[in-house]
Design a protein around this ligand. Structure first.
Ligand code: 13P
Length: 250
């Protein structure tokens, strides 16, 4: 039985003062929620703040990207070891907002996935089709193209306990949520694809849905079979909304 997981992706939002209010509220408001794993993925500079406020609570924290190298002359990059120093448990890799804007290749994302795992972080690997791909009937092909480099680079052991997020690009930041049935179908496809290569890992991998999840649609989406939780953008920036979404995951 996979435990549900709800992760807030703050993206490039926040300030010391705003974060303090949000994190304090979450720590307080989610104290009694024990049926679901909860995490927030914050901008790098705020990792220390997440660690300071959330240490000792049941809310974990993480980052939104990681370097694909251990250390060295990689100006502007942040390593997995550095994330670990600030107590991070999770790191998002391959978010569509990154490979679109920063040209991350599938091979590069697979390296990030492997290095995160190697340092004991849980990678949250994002896949998802564009509207054009969905409408032209190549959705599964597009998802498989993103997934397969990870499946071939990573052995079953690396995939074990990893997290995949299905984030249809057309649903991110648009208020156009996938229907529960659309999301469920994509999740089953992803799990079957993993099972074909790594049957053991397919059962333990948690597959989250992301894309315009809010406090009104969360319960329906997160109750679908094969949807093991959510990756939440805008809905994670407001304490009441995020709390409702976490409570809806059961
Ligand atoms: P929104 O929830 O704002 O649509 O963002 C989803 C997302 O990209 C999470 O990673």
């Amino acid at each position: 039985m996979r435990r549900k997981l709800v992760v807030g992706n703050w993206k490039m939002n926040g300030s010391l003062a705003q974060n303090k209010r949000l994190l304090d509220s979450l720590a307080q408001g989610l104290r009694d929620v024990s049926h679901v794993d909860i995490a927030v993925c914050v901008p790098y500079p705020y990792l220390f703040q997440a660690q300071a406020v959330l240490a000792g609570t049941s809310i974990a924290w993480g980052a939104q990207n990681v370097a694909s190298h251990d250390n060295g002359a990689y100006t502007g990059e942040v390593s997995a070891a550095m994330l670990k120093e600030f107590g991070a448990s999770y790191v998002i890799v391959g978010h569509s907002e990154r490979h679109g804007a920063y040209g991350e290749s599938a091979a590069n994302i697979a390296e990030k996935f492997a290095i995160a795992k190697g340092y004991g972080l849980t990678p949250i690997f994002c896949v998802g089709e564009t509207l054009q791909e969905r409408e032209s009937g190549v959705m599964e092909y597009a998802i498989a193209n993103q997934l397969d480099p990870i499946l071939s680079v990573s052995g079953g052991a690396l995939l074990d306990q990893a997290v995949i997020a299905y984030e249809p690009v057309w649903a991110i930041g648009t208020n156009k949520t996938a229907t529960p049935e659309q999301a469920r179908a994509a999740h089953s496809f992803i799990r079957e694809r993993i099972a074909a290569l790594h049957p053991g890992a397919a059962e333990s991998v948690r597959i989250l849905y992301g894309g315009s999840v809010n406090s009104r649609n969360a319960a329906q989406l997160l109750s679908m079979s094969d949807i093991d939780g959510g990756l939440i953008g805008r809905g994670s920036l407001d304490a009441d909304d995020f709390e409702s979404i976490c409570r809806a995951a059961c």
